[in-house]
Design a protein. Structure first.
Ligand SMILES: Cc1cc2nc3c(=O)[nH]c(=O)nc-3n(C[C@H](O)[C@H](O)[C@H](O)COP(=O)(O)O)c2cc1C
Length: 196
């Protein structure tokens, strides 16, 4: 695969089986994260690895978070989250080590974490693994974040489920980039993606 083929064939995968990347493979994947653009070299990304027997423990913290946010959360939702967090080959909690008083604005710090996450997803794909970035209300729960090692002002940016794709999937249809591109020549642009 050429680098372009690799970029253009990546798709999120949420049906994941063992194996997860080995320690060496993961280290290489995370090295890609360190290549993300990062204004001020703040390195705001943090990766919390949840593997093996730690997964059901994390799942219970996630369930507690869901119930904190909604005491009436339906059982099927709790069960789905419990099952996914307990059985994904590897869960990576995405941390944002934020510096609210720094001259680099928070939104730029958060974007650097997002850019690094995209590199992680691409690197996983390049090595034959799959992953999906998930979030939900729990991502904004400061108690859960602190339990994982991200006390305020630090935050979660979500979770990556990581493993080996269970099957070869039909690549999803992608939009035409022309719909999201416009040349500015002096007047405000508009995009065909925004036209009804
Ligand atoms: C910050 C962020 C949070 C996301 N949270 C969820 C989520 O909780 N559940 C979900 O199904 N997809 C979520 N997604 C979308 C998936 O990660 C993925 O992009 C989507 O399934 C489409 O697949 P694709 O990456 O191949 O286009 C999230 C994406 C981002 C960037």
């Amino acid at each position: 695969m050429t680098p372009m083929d690799m970029l253009l064939s990546r798709a999120s995968v949420d049906t994941l089986i063992e194996p997860a990347p080995s320690a060496d493979q993961l280290s290489e994947v995370l090295a890609a994260a360190m290549r993300a653009p990062d204004h001020g070299k703040l390195r705001p990304w943090r990766y919390i690895l949840i593997e093996g027997d730690a997964r059901p423990l994390a799942a219970e913290r996630v369930i507690a978070s869901m119930l904190r946010l909604d005491a009436n959360a339906p059982e099927f939702k709790l069960n789905k989250r419990r099952q996914r967090f307990s059985t994904m080959p590897l869960v990576i909690a995405l941390g944002m080590h934020l510096r609210p008083d720094h001259k680099i604005p928070l939104w730029e710090q958060e974007m650097a974490v997002a850019a690094a996450t995209m590199n992680v997803l691409n690197a996983l794909h390049a090595k034959g693994f799959g992953g999906i970035w998930v979030s939900g209300d729990i991502t904004e729960d400061p108690v859960l974040a602190a339990e994982l090692g991200l006390p305020a002002p630090h935050k979660l940016a979500g979770f990556l489920f990581v493993g080996t794709p269970a099957q070869q999937c039909e690549p999803p249809r992608r939009p035409d980039p022309a719909q999201f591109t416009a040349s500015w020549t002096g007047s405000p642009v508009s995009f065909s993606a925004d036209k009804e």
